[in-house]
Ligand binder design. Structure first.
Ligand SMILES: *[C@@H]1O[C@H](CO)[C@@H](O)[C@H](O)[C@H]1NC(C)=O
Ligand SMILES: *[C@@H]1O[C@H](CO)[C@@H](O)[C@H](O)[C@H]1NC(C)=O
Ligand SMILES: *[C@@H]1O[C@H](CO)[C@@H](O)[C@H](O)[C@H]1NC(C)=O
Ligand SMILES: *[C@@H]1O[C@H](CO)[C@@H](O)[C@H](O)[C@H]1NC(C)=O
Ligand SMILES: *[C@@H]1O[C@H](CO)[C@@H](O)[C@H](O)[C@H]1NC(C)=O
Ligand SMILES: [Zn+2]
Length: 717
């Protein structure tokens, strides 16, 4: 996962809607209908094949796979051995697997240093290393390459006074500028959380900063903190004060994939494009909260106080006032050396052919990590589940079952750097996917805590929530509770809207139904060390999921969803729910536009949504008829409409200033990088309008309406 889950953060504050509002005023979903809480059947009723599939998940073998991945080098560009191992395991389970190679542009770390000069003129080095833990051998592997860094940071040095910029959103920077703070020639000190880290660096750069330092803050860790008396990892569940979050600084909200090959696959001799608009020009570095505390404290009483800034979550959990600074002569000096290289990456692609060659389900998980070893939450939990999935499907096939639809399995490389393996593969196979893809199912951080997360495109809500009712959650809120019960407690019964942050993105933005599942920790669960050397097998086996039972339930769930998509006579796709969601997004938009004083004419959009609803009702009636008559030809007609209708939502030129993102109904917010914005062309046209000029928003009312009308036309009978 390249971005932290929104849900985790939401649980720490005041509920999802308040939280999303702060990230992005436009990302609220107040008109959506929550599903009811009651789980109708206990124990869940499963048919024979479902039972076989669910029983095939074995925590002992999952543990074995997690252990394997936890001690392998999986850094993108250096992970071929783990790719081959994955292909071998899949092949043993009857999947026809091969490696798919691309040649990708990276900037790898060489060295970095940071020093701090206090008001007394004394200079000292800031610790950038994560100490090796005696209890956790994975943290000690190849210490030289374990250095902390931010992917794609350029080489560079900077010495200057520094300013605390909150979470580094556009709103944070603008607020400081409005109050008279200037970032010109300064270094920005930015807290993690909220928006994608690459956008924090971008915003710093856009406001004149010459470098950025990003830090973790225990204020985002809920109750499980050292300040609350919990011991830090490895002695207890709190965050290690020395853990550092690595990660990519690519400008995710405009351009995922290999930054040198926008829109086409990065084969060895592919032409390479200029990257200056999608990669930061200023150097950046991540630090731990122990390292950040004295830097923040040195700003106390200088510049603006937190109260004057008056932004939510400006103040974190460190012993400092969170003043903006700068403080006279209090400086940072940063020196980052990175090296550029084009290196081969390896996706693993596996095929199980269906009896219908023209319908395909793709199931993917990335395999690469930031750490040389480790990554047992992100993404080894998903990778272990996927290996186990091949065992389970193989058992089902041994019982005589054959999928109707092709199943393609993917273990993506270089997701962490910017969804690169999946994006390059989609760019290479886009015609075949456009012709045959029914859905893309993603599993990334299958487990980093007990709270289920679910985000899907609306036509998959019904299938996704029904299947959760068939899986037992091993340990959430008492005995005999299903995954659905746990998910309902966490989500309030509303399936998240897909933004970005994992490998479903290139599929969704080519008009393919998409699904993303995982689970994470809340305010009272052990803190997971996201993108740190401490995301290890030892953490997972002792704190995250002792016994690997959460892994098993996530696998059972994924398998049930995949099984129904691959086998059901009629695809379990609910376009009537898509119509209902479009209407809810419309109500949200109308409210937002009016609050922003945008006098838009939304009638075209309104009509298109009505037209879509009529078509969804018609195709449902046709589905009923096809079942009643048991008419194979008619079923195929219905299935192909379900497979294809999302293609209508794709706008050929892409969204304004970001051609990669083409879906007119949802996209990651420009300044969030992952939290979703609905009707992005219109909503962001309002949000970023200058001087009350809403022409772009009005133009996108028409473009959005046209996309919805095309989708309606595909469904129409
Ligand atoms: C859990 O459900 C089973 C039936 O599946 C039942 O026999 C058992 O008593 C239940 N346990 C609790 C603690 O409710
Ligand atoms: C933190 O713990 C306290 C006491 O157990 C509890 O009341 C509170 O709800 C917890 N906070 C969150 C965000 O769960
Ligand atoms: C802080 O902002 C809120 C709205 O976001 C406003 O209601 C409040 O008056 C502000 N407080 C100060 C001290 O400016
Ligand atoms: C699966 O289908 C593809 C093309 O449709 C074919 O090339 C391949 O040989 C088939 N694989 C198996 C194992 O049948
Ligand atoms: C598998 O689960 C069982 C029952 O929950 C547990 O006793 C066992 O320790 C687990 N095995 C592993 C390898 O985690
Ligand atoms: Zn991941």
């Amino acid at each position: 996962m390249l971005a932290e889950y929104l849900v985790t953060i939401a649980t720490l504050v005041a509920g999802a809607s308040a939280c999303q509002r702060d990230f992005n005023v436009a990302a609220r979903h107040t008109h959506r209908q929550a599903l009811s809480k009651r789980n109708d059947e206990w124990p869940p009723v499963l048919d024979d094949q479902e039972t076989l599939l669910v029983n095939a998940f074995d925590n002992v073998t999952i543990d074995e796979w997690s252990h394997y991945y936890g001690y392998q080098n999986k850094l993108a560009g250096y992970g071929r051995e783990a790719a081959q191992w994955t292909a071998d395991r899949w092949s043993e389970n009857g999947v026809d697997a091969h490696l798919s190679e691309y040649h990708v542009y990276f900037r790898y770390p060489v060295s970095a240093s940071l020093s701090f000069t206090g008001a007394d003129g004394q200079q000292q080095e800031v610790n950038l290393k994560e100490p090796v833990l005696e209890d956790d051998e994975a943290t000690g592997f190849d210490v030289i390459s374990q250095q902390t860094f931010l992917g794609y940071s350029p080489s560079g040095n900077a010495e200057a006074e520094y300013i605390y910029a909150g979470r580094g959103s556009i709103d944070d920077f603008e607020r400081l500028v409005e109050l008279g703070v200037s970032f010109e020639g300064k270094i920005a000190l930015i807290k993690y959380g909220g928006l994608f880290r690459g956008l924090k660096v971008k915003n710093a750069q856009d406001h004149g900063a010459i470098a950025a330092v990003l830090f973790s803050d225990p204020g985002d860790d809920g109750n499980m903190t050292v300040a609350n008396g919990y011991e830090a990892y490895p002695d207890g569940p709190a965050r290690s004060p020395h853990s550092v979050q690595k990660g990519s600084t690519l400008f995710l909200s405009t351009s995922p994939g290999d930054p040198t090959t926008p829109g086409y696959p990065s084969h060895k001799d592919a032409p390479r494009a200029d990257t200056s608009e999608v990669i930061a020009k200023i150097p950046s570095i991540p630090i731990s909260y122990a390292a950040a505390e004295p830097l923040l404290k040195a700003l106390d009483g200088h510049g603006l106080s937190a109260q004057q800034v008056n932004r939510t979550r400006w103040v974190g959990g460190l012993d400092a006032e969170y003043s903006s600074g700068p403080a006279p002569n209090v400086k940072l000096a940063l020196d980052v050396v990175s090296r550029e290289e084009i290196r081969p990456i390896h996706n693993v692609i596996g095929h199980i052919n269906g009896t219908n060659p023209d319908e395909t389900i793709v199931i993917g998980n990335h395999r690469d990590t930031w750490m040389v070893q480790g990554g047992n939450g992100d993404p080894n939990s998903g990778s272990a589940v996927l290996v186990e999935f091949t065992r389970a499907i193989n058992k089902l096939r041994a019982s005589g079952w054959q999928p109707k639809r092709n199943i393609v399995l993917a273990s993506w490389d270089a997701e962490e750097w910017g969804l690169i393996g999946s994006t390059e593969w989609v760019e290479e196979h886009v015609d075949w996917l456009t012709d045959t893809a029914v859905a893309y199912l993603n599993i990334d951080v299958a487990v980093s805590g007990p709270r289920p997360n679910l985000a899907t495109t609306p036509e998959l809500h019904t299938l996704a929530t029904n299947m959760m009712k068939k899986v037992v959650h091993p340990n959430f809120g008492g005995y005999n509770r299903s995954l659905y019960d746990a998910w309902h407690d966490v989500s309030g019964g509303v399936v998240d809207v897909l933004g970005s942050g994992s490998d479903y993105t290139p599929f969704l933005h080519r008009g393919i139904s998409s699904f993303d599942v995982g689970s994470s920790g809340g305010a009272n669960d052990p803190v997971w060390h996201y993108h740190s050397n401490y995301d290890t097998y030892h953490w997972m086996a002792t704190l995250g999921d002792p016994g690997f039972s959460l892994h098993a339930s996530q696998g059972q769930y994924l398998a049930l969803v995949a099984y129904h998509l691959a086998s059901d006579d009629i695809l379990p796709i609910d376009t009537q729910n898509y119509a209902a969601e479009l209407r809810a997004y419309y109500e949200d938009l109308a409210e937002f536009a009016s609050e922003e004083g945008a006098d838009l004419d939304l009638s075209e959009l309104d009509q298109a949504i009505n037209q879509f609803k009529d078509s969804a009702d018609q195709v449902k009636a046709l589905e009923t008829l096809a079942i009643e008559r048991d008419d194979e030809a008619l079923k195929t007609v219905v299935n192909h409409k379900y497979r294809d209708f999302q293609r209508g939502f794709i706008s050929q030129g892409g969204l304004p200033n970001r051609e990669f993102y083409k879906h007119v109904v949802t996209a990651p917010g420009l300044d969030t990088g992952y939290a979703a914005v609905t009707f992005p062309g219109i909503t962001e046209g309002v949000q970023y309008a200058e001087n009350g000029d809403f022409a772009v928003a009005q133009e996108w009312v028409s473009k959005t309406a046209r996309g919805i009308a095309v989708a309606a036309g595909i469904l129409k009978t």
